[in-house]
Write a protein that binds this ligand. Sequence first.
Ligand code: LER
Ligand code: MN
Length: 273
Amino acid sequence: MIRSAVTISLVPQAKGGPFVFWDDLEAGCRAASDLGFDAVEVFAPGPDAVSPDRLRQLLTNYHLQLAAVGTGSGWVIHRLTLTSADAGERQRARDSIRSMIDFGGPFGAPAIIGSMQGRWGNGAERDAARDQLRDALDDLGQHAKQYGVPLLYEPLNRYETNLVSTVADGVTLLQSLATENVKLLADLFHMNIEEVSLADAVRTGRGHIGHVHFVDSNRRPAGCGHIDYAPVAAALREIDFNGYASAEALPYPDSMEAARLTMATFRKHFRPA
Ligand code: LER
Ligand code: MN
C-alpha cells in the first residue's frame, strides 16, 4: 500500500526551500498526525540535531513512522558533494551521508542522496564524476543494508545536476552498480521538467522506485499546479509501488494548508472512498 508522508525541515539555511513544516519537530509531528499522515520525512542539519530517544518518543506519541531522512545539509551548510573535484570534500560528503544512514537506519528510514550527488564541471571531469558517484552509491548502499533499508538516489532536474535527470538514466545507473540496495526517488517536480510522460517514466522505474516526492509542477503542494495525478497514481499502482508518497513541497500558502491540500490530493488518488 502506498503511504503518505510530509517533510519537516530543521535546517535554517534551507529557508525558502520545498519543505512543508519548519523548525519545530514536535509541532510538525503533531500537525502530520492530526491530518492523518502515516509518516514524516526529516531534513536535519546533521545526525546530532535530534537525539534518537527524542525522535522515538515523538514518533511513538504521534503514531508516525520515519519515512526517510535527507542528507542535503552536507551541501546546503558545508558545500560538500560526492563528485567534488577535491578528494577531501568527496570523502567528507561520503562520511556525512554515512552518518545520516546511521541516524535513520535504526528507525527503518532510508537516507536520500539528492543534492549531495553534485555535478561535473568546475574542475570535475564528467566520466570521473560518474565513476565517483557509482563508487559512492555502491559503498553507501551496502552500508545501508545492515539496517534493512535501501539507499535512495534522486535524479534531479537539469538546473540542479548534470549527472542524472530522468528515471530512465537513473535505472541505467542503478543497473551499473554492484549493489542492489539503491533505489530511485521519483520526485514529480523534477520529473515534470525532464520527462516526456510522468506515468511512462514511473513505469520505466518498475522495480527500482523506492520513494516518491509528491509535489506539483510548480513545487506547490499536490493539487496546486498542473500535474494530472490520475495517470501517475495508476502507474504507481501498476508497478506495485508500496513506498511513501512524501510531500516535499513549498509551504504554500502556509505549512498547515500545504499539508491539508496534499492530504486531500493523496486521499483522492490513493484512498478513494
Ligand atoms: C532537491 O531539489 C530535491 O528534490 C531534494 O529532494 C534533494 O535532496
Ligand atoms: Mn526531491
